[in-house]
Design a protein around this ligand. Structure first.
Ligand SMILES: Cc1cc2nc3c(=O)[nH]c(=O)nc-3n(C[C@H](O)[C@H](O)[C@H](O)COP(=O)(O)OP(=O)(O)OC[C@H]3O[C@@H](n4cnc5c(N)ncnc54)[C@H](O)[C@@H]3O)c2cc1C
Length: 437
């Protein structure tokens, strides 16, 4: 059928059913099942974490419906399924709010993960956001002929069950933390104890009485060490790089809040100098305990490289007393031991990899402009990374946590609403003129 009349036919069907679904026979379903095609009038959002929820809510507030696809079976799967029990928001709650809804007044300054998840569930309910769960987006590509995005998802575990969503706008909300980064070590298969990434760590309970090596000294690695101490395990921490450790609070205020306030009045170098001076007074010289500071100040480093300073919640005191030992990089793993680059060989029962996460965008989004192939993050620096070509958007890739995600979500909704309104006089997206190419 000629493209123009095909689109007109779809348009007619959409006027009766806003999510018109076609069955496509032999549509590359793999395991024998067919492929469905769903025409989505508004944007498709990939990922139902805080960023995806924020985008859906902002769109809804502007009268734009969206379709939210999530690979797991719940919202905020990072928080619900991949974080340790004792986790609290690292930043005070007022810096972690999503648009249009604050945290309850009776929540503490640093809500627990259970409280944060409850907040997100209430948020989804308030804006009536109903993601399609177990929909793993495997491929998304802009169809220049059609002038739409084709987003192909596989239903989790069900062989051959594929759906193609066709939409005018695609919002990437799969996060900076979509996949665990697991480094390779020589002798990894030889090591007799357990090796697990922090995404699988729940509590120190299972490590009671054990010697545990934690690799990576970011916020997670530091906090896991503290948790292990509190469960009578003996943790050692591999520190391969320089790191800024700051007190979580200084001068009676949160370090983050104080920094934001000072930045309104003073240049970043001066604020960095101030943070380092107060940190030194409160924590001492961290280099004496094996934690060398980077040459660049914490805020400048965060701005330039995205590297987050560690906000200390008690780990440093345990390092000072020797309950947590600092070790250099790993050279290789042996059957029951670890050999470090300084030649020391030490017995360990388990290894926990606090080696972070990465974006998975390059594995499914077929486009060459907006996202870097290597890191899967927008190429354009903050605050301009949220918008690409042909109706492509990114929310939650600013390295600025939930605050950055909220900013993205508002901008994206505003931008899409403009096109949506321009087309509002026409009833469906397929009334866009048929492709000219
Ligand atoms: C331990 C930890 C503590 C943190 N604490 C804070 C804090 O206190 N304050 C703060 O501001 N930030 C914090 N962060 C940063 C964190 O990234 C954000 O809090 C937040 O989770 C980011 O939301 P997001 O929606 O962008 O990504 P995510 O929460 O990772 O959500 C992305 C969603 O996309 C889904 N997805 C991924 N790929 C696909 C696919 N192909 N198809 C379909 N769905 C897909 C995932 O399953 C996931 O549900 C913390 C991060 C970690 C790891």
């Amino acid at each position: 059928m000629e493209m123009g009349s095909y689109l007109r036919e779809i348009e007619g069907k959409l006027s009766n059913d806003p999510f018109y679904t076609e069955k496509i026979s032999g549509g590359g379903g793999g395991g024998g099942g067919g492929m469905r095609r769903v025409w989505v009038p508004g944007p498709v959002i990939v990922g139902a974490g805080p960023s995806g929820l924020a985008a859906a809510a902002c769109l809804k507030q502007r009268g734009v419906p969206s379709m939210l696809l999530e690979r797991s079976n719940c919202i905020a799967s990072l928080w619900q399924l991949k974080t340790y029990d004792r986790l609290r928001l690292h930043l005070p709650k007022q810096f972690c709010e999503l648009p249009f809804m604050g945290f309850p007044g009776d929540f503490p300054t640093y809500p627990s993960k259970q409280q944060f998840v409850k907040y997100l569930e209430d948020y989804a309910e308030r804006f009536d956001i109903r993601p399609r769960f177990n929909e793993m987006v495997a491929e998304a590509e802009y169809d220049r002929t059609l002038g739409f995005w084709r987003v192909r998802s596989k239903r989790g575990g069900c062989h051959g069950d594929e759906t193609e969503y066709v939409c005018r706008w695609l919002i990437v909300a799969t996060g900076e933390n979509a996949e665990a980064v697991v480094p390779e070590f020589d002798g990894m298969t030889e090591f007799g104890g357990s090796i697990k990434h922090t995404s699988l760590y729940k509590s120190g309970e299972e490590f009671r009485g054990k010697k545990v090596l934690v690799v990576g000294c970011g916020n997670s690695g530091m906090e896991v060490c503290l948790d292990l101490c509190e469960h009578s395990a003996s943790p050692s921490l591999v520190v391969r790089d320089t790191v800024h450790v700051l007190p979580r609070e200084m001068l009676g205020r949160s370090t983050f809040g104080l920094s934001m306030w000072l930045l309104k009045w003073f240049p970043i170098r001066l604020v960095d100098g101030f943070l380092l001076m107060v940190s030194r007074l409160m924590l001492g010289d961290t280099a004496r305990f094996g934690l060398d500071r980077p040459i660049m100040g914490p805020l400048r480093l965060k701005n330039l490289s995205g590297k987050t300073p560690v906000l200390d919640v008690g780990t440093l005191a345990k390092i000072k007393t020797g309950h947590i030992k600092i070790r250099p990089s790993i050279k290789r793993l042996k059957r029951q031991a670890v050999e470090f680059v300084d030649g020391r060989i030490e017995r360990f029962d388990s290894i926990i990899l606090a080696t972070g996460y990465r974006s998975n965008v390059p594995s499914w989004l077929k486009e060459g402009e907006m996202f870097g192939k290597k890191d899967g993050l927008p190429r354009r620096p903050f605050p301009n990374g949220w918008k690409g070509e042909n109706g492509l958007y990114a929310v939650g890739f600013t390295k600025r946590g939930l605050l950055g995600a909220s900013m993205d979500a508002k901008r994206i909704a505003e931008d899409i609403e403009r096109c949506w309104k321009a087309e509002a006089k026409l009833s469906t997206p397929t009334t866009l003129s048929p492709p000219s190419t």
